[in-house]
Design a protein around this ligand. Structure first.
Ligand code: RFL
Ligand code: PHB
Length: 416
């Protein structure tokens, strides 16, 4: 038997949906999360790895960060590599001590699911045929079925956190939304390798053969990517070919050896920029990948999803605590400002670092000129570092009752 009513009905148990549900719980607001996949599946889906400082702080402050703080690896810089040379961008030095943490998205999911269930939260896994109704009224409801049995969930608000391919965004009539979209003419081939870390910090490498990225997951699992044809097939890439390609793209003037550990996962992802405006339609709000996609070069997707729901949780807390709709009405505008900044950063990193097949020699020289400027200008490095570690969220002014967030102080935002 599932609940028939809740205050906030959340579609999707990704980083956005689970974080929102937990933040609402800490504000004393009831929610139900409907997820189409099983718990095992969502806890095993491999995706992001880079958490911004603000994401780390939020997960820690809301009680879901214990394992992340223990097992995640904090990085204070990244390397830009081109023309056979590496250039370190000292992220922390340039941003007043902010840093990134490498911790896999599916581990974040495991931690959030565990925290939600331990605090009595309701997550309905394997919810099929999810459909959104009457969100142009104050009495929206969600239809769904589990094991062939149909259910209805009445709510005050629906939040669509069901990713790019979910049902929430497309439930809104096409005429009521504006979509901005760009598909890049390349993809990323990603592998997971059993090997010790290749480098102390992430390496973003530009090469005439294409972009590549050296990242990490743990002391014995490494994550590597290289630019590829999005229409290519994994089967065309036996291990030896992958290593030869990475060796060529990552070569430096000094010998740099890439240990050829066993590759145990391969996949190709499409690169896309996408934004829908607005992110609110009556009683329906969109958050995370349901509303926007960034190419992964800026490592922003998960972080943006968490930032969206931070803004939305605060707005819902204002509504239930003070009866004010002001922040809810501003949600779309507030969230979109950060989203467009991240879209720009992700587009910039993507354009600067990838090979464009249709680029003429002039454009190739301009690309190298841009990389050289970033490698040698502290001002440009500071701009890159500020975006990469993530812009702080504005301070929330709490009036009246102190926040009920467990372990969080009332002033929960870093000053911009
Ligand atoms: P998610 O994670 O896609 O979760 C959506 C959830 O909704 C469920 N769902 C439905 N549930 C019910 N009914 C339906 N009809 C449903 N349709 C879908 C899905 O099963 C799923 O569980 O969206 P969310 O929460 O907005 O989170 C977004 C992030 O997952 C995404 O932006 C990141 O993974 C992007 N990303 C990265 N982001 C970073 O911040 N840092 C990184 O280092 C980073 N690296 C990456 C990435 C994404 C990648 N891929 C695979 C696209 C690296 C890669 C390779
Ligand atoms: C990852 O480790 O998966 C990763 C790291 C940096 C990115 C994208 C993905 O920019």
């Amino acid at each position: 038997m599932f609940p028939r009513r809740t205050q906030v009905g959340i579609v999707g148990a990704g980083p956005a949906g689970l974080t929102l549900s937990h933040l609402l719980h800490l504000e004393g607001i009831d929610s139900v999360v409907l997820e189409s996949r099983s718990r095992t599946e969502i806890e095993a889906t491999l995706r992001a790895g880079v958490l911004e400082q603000g994401t780390v702080d939020l997960l820690r402050d809301c009680g879901a960060g214990e394992r992340m703080l223990r097992e995640g690896s904090v990085h204070h810089g990244i390397e830009l590599r081109f023309d056979g040379r590496g250039h370190r961008i000292p992220l922390s030095e340039l941003t007043g001590g902010r840093a990134i943490t490498l911790y896999a998205q599916h581990e974040v999911i495991r931690d959030l699911v565990q925290v939600r269930l331990a605090s009595g939260g309701t997550i309905v896994f394997e919810a099929a045929n999810v459909s959104l109704h009457d969100f142009d009224s104050a009495k929206p409801w969600i239809g769904f079925s589990v094991a062939g049995v149909a259910n209805e969930l009445a709510c005050d608000f629906i939040v669509g956190c069901d990713g790019f391919h979910g049902v929430s965004r497309t439930s809104v009539p096409a005429g009521a939304r504006t979509e901005f979209s760009r598909t890049y003419p390349f993809g990323w081939f990603g592998i997971l390798v059993k090997a010790p870390p290749y480098a102390p910090e992430l390496i973003y490498a530009h090469h005439a053969r294409g972009f590549s990225l050296v990242s990490t997951r743990s002391h014995d699992v490494q994550r590597l990517y290289f630019q590829c044809d999005p229409a290519d097939a994994v089967a065309n890439w036996p291990d030896g070919r992958i290593w030869n390609e990475l060796d060529a793209r990552l070569a430096t003037e000094e010998a740099w050896d890439l240990y050829r550990g066993p590759i145990f996962q391969k996949g190709i992802i499409q690169m896309r920029s996408f934004v829908v405006e607005p992110m609110q339609f009556g009683s329906l709000f969109l958050a995370g990948d349901a509303a926007h996609i960034v190419p992964p070069t800026g490592a922003k997707g998960l972080n943006l999803a968490v930032a969206d729901v931070q803004v939305l949780a605060d707005a819902l807390a204002d509504f239930y605590g003070q009866g004010s709709r002001d922040a809810l009405n501003r949600y779309s505008v507030t969230a979109l400002e950060r989203i467009w900044a991240a879209e720009h950063f992700s587009w910039w990193m993507t354009s600067m670092l990838h090979r464009f097949d249709d680029a003429d020699p002039m454009q190739r020289r301009l690309q190298i000129a841009q990389l050289n400027q970033v490698a040698h200008s502290r001002a440009l490095q500071t701009a890159l570092a500020e975006s990469y570690v993530g812009l702080p969220l504005p301070v929330r002014t709490v009036v009246g009752e102190p926040s009920r967030r467990g372990g969080r102080s009332v002033s929960i935002r870093a000053q911009p």
